[in-house]
Design a protein around this ligand. Structure first.
Ligand code: GDP
Ligand code: MG
Length: 415
C-alpha cells in the first residue's frame, strides 16, 4: 500500500517537474525557433567560408525518353571563322551532337561566325536539316579587322599595328578575309585571337544570347562518339551550378600580368585549386598568393549566363581583356575558369566526377582526357587509328551509336 502511494506521488512530481514545463516550451518553440534558425543561416551564408557549406548533390539523370526533362532558356553555342571549306566540320559536329543528345532535347543552336561567306543558300538548308527540328541561328560576331582596329584608342591601335608589322592601309588593300589571317608576333594569327577574346568577353553580353540563361558550349571540333548516357543540362540546373565542365585541367596561366589582372578583379590571389571527391572545386585564395591558375578545358562546358553577365564578372572580363586586343594569352579558358574559382567554387563541377561521362572526342582524346583507345577498349572495340574519321566507322560497325548513321556523309575530319 505504501509503495502504491509512493508511486502515485512520484507520478505527480514527474508531471509537475518534467511534462508541464516541456509542453510549455514546445508550445513556444515554433514561435521562437524559426527566426533564430533563419538568422543563423543568414550569418553563415554571409561568412567568408559560406562556399564550403555542404549542399545536397543530386545525381545525374540517365537519359531515356521517360526520364528526360526539357528545360527553358537553354542554348547550345559554337563558333566558326566562316570562310573556308573546313567549316564542313560544323556539319560533322552538329550532326553527331544531334544524334547523341539534341534529337531529344531540341535546344536552340547559335553559331557565331566572323565571316559569313560559308553560309550560303547552298550550305544553310543542309545545316538546318542536320539539326532538325532544333532551331539554328547563324550570328555575325565581328566588324572587319580594319573597323575593329579603328575603334581602338589611337595609342593601342598604333602599338597593335607595330606588333603585327602592318598598317591600316595595308589591311585595307588586302581585303576583309585575308586580314583575319595576319600573323602577329605577340598573339599569333588574328582570327584565333578573336575567338579567344570573343569567348572571354563579348559573348556574355551578346544580344543573340540575351533570352537564354544556360549555355552549353561545344567546340566545332568536339565530336560525340556515342549517345549521351546522362543529361548534363538537367544536372546543371538541378544542382544550381554556374559552371559544369567536361575536362580539367587543360594547361594553366601564370605571369605577372595574369596575376595583376586577377588581383585587380577579385581583390585577392589564387593559392590552390583542386577537384573534391564529389566533383566540386576546392579553392583557396589569399592576398599574398600568386599561384598559376589551372584551366577548365574550353572544348565543352555549360555556364550560367546570368552569373557570367553579372556586374562582378563583367568587371573581371573587362580587366581580363584590358587593352590587349585579340590576345591569345588572356583567353576564354581562363575567363570561364577564374570567376567560377574565385566566386563560386562549390557551384563549379567536373562532369566525370559527378557521374556524367559523355564520350565526346576532342584532340584525340575522349572527353578531352582519356586515350581514345582506352575508351574504345572499355566498349570492346579495338582500333589503332588516331583520327576520328578513321575510328568512327569501326565503332559504328561494332553496333555502337546507331542513331548517328545519318551523319556518315559528314564524317571527314579526324583531329
Ligand atoms: N571565329 C573563329 N572561331 C574559331 C577559330 N578557330 C577556332 N574557332 C572556334 O573556337 C574553338 C576553339 O578552337 P580550337 O582550334 O578548337 O582550339 P583548341 O580546342 O584549344 O585546340 C573551335 O572549335 C571553334 O569552335 C577562328 O579562327 N575563328
Ligand atoms: Mg577545340
Amino acid at each position: 500500500m505504501a509503495r502504491q502511494q509512493y508511486r502515485a506521488l512520484l507520478v505527480i512530481v514527474l508531471v509537475i517537474l518534467v511534462i508541464v514545463p516541456s509542453a510549455i516550451i514546445s508550445a513556444h518553440w515554433s514561435k521562437i525557433q524559426p527566426s533564430k534558425l533563419l538568422s543563423g543561416v543568414a550569418r553563415l551564408s554571409s561568412a567568408p567560408n559560406s562556399t564550403e557549406l555542404p549542399r545536397p548533390v543530386r545525381p545525374p539523370s540517365t537519359l531515356n525518353n521517360s526520364s528526360f526533362r526539357r528545360h527553358e532558356r537553354v542554348v547550345v553555342v559554337t563558333k566558326v571563322h566562316g570562310h573556308n571549306p573546313a567549316e564542313g566540320m560544323l556539319k560533322q559536329c552538329l550532326c553527331l551532337f544531334t544524334a547523341a543528345y539534341n534529337f531529344r532535347a531540341q535546344y536552340d543552336i547559335v553559331v557565331f561566325a566572323t565571316d559569313l561567306t560559308y553560309f550560303t543558300n547552298a550550305t544553310l538548308p543542309d545545316l538546318q536539316a542536320i539539326v532538325h527540328p532544333a532551331r539554328l541561328v547563324i550570328v555575325p560576331d565581328s566588324m572587319s579587322v580594319k573597323d575593329e582596329l579603328l575603334a581602338l584608342p589611337e595609342q593601342d591601335r598604333a602599338l597593335f599595328l607595330k606588333q603585327c608589322n602592318t598598317t591600316i592601309d595595308a589591311i585595307d588593300k588586302m581585303g576583309p578575309t585575308p586580314a583575319w589571317f595576319i600573323g602577329c608576333s605577340h598573339i599569333g594569327r588574328i582570327n584565333y585571337g578573336w575567338q579567344a577574346e570573343f569567348r572571354s568577353k563579348q559573348i556574355w553580353q551578346h544580344p543573340a544570347l540575351a533570352k537564354y540563361r544556360y549555355m552549353l558550349w561545344l567546340d566545332t571540333d568536339a565530336f560525340s562518339m556515342s549517345g549521351w548516357p546522362q543529361d548534363p543540362v538537367d544536372y546543371f540546373i538541378q544542382n544550381d551550378l554556374v559552371l559544369l565542365f567536361d575536362h580539367f585541367p587543360q594547361g594553366a596561366v601564370t605571369g605577372p600580368e595574369v596575376q595583376d589582372r586577377l588581383h585587380q578583379a577579385f581583390g585577392t590571389g589564387l593559392c590552390t585549386v583542386k577537384i573534391k571527391q564529389n566533383g566540386r572545386m576546392q579553392v583557396r585564395t589569399a592576398k599574398n598568393c600568386r599561384s598559376r591558375m589551372p584551366l577548365v578545358h574550353g572544348m565543352l562546358h555549360m555556364t550560367d549566363l546570368d552569373f557570367y553577365r553579372s556586374p562582378l564578372v563583367k568587371n573581371f572580363t573587362e580587366i581580363w581583356i584590358g587593352n590587349t586586343k585579340y590576345a591569345r594569352k588572356f583567353d576564354d579558358q581562363a575567363a570561364v575558369s577564374a570567376p567560377a574559382f574565385f566566386l563560386a567554387p562549390d557551384r563549379t563541377a567536373d562532369m566525370r566526377r559527378s557521374g556524367i561521362e559523355l564520350g565526346v572526342f576532342h584532340n584525340f582524346k575522349a572527353d578531352g582526357q582519356e586515350k581514345t583507345r582506352e575508351y574504345l577498349a572499355k566498349r570492346n572495340v579495338t582500333s589503332k587509328a588516331q583520327g576520328f574519321h578513321k575510328i568512327y566507322p569501326t565503332f559504328v560497325a561494332s553496333g555502337h551509336f546507331p542513331r548517328s548513321n545519318v551523319c556518315k556523309p559528314y564524317i571527314k575530319y579526324g583531329t
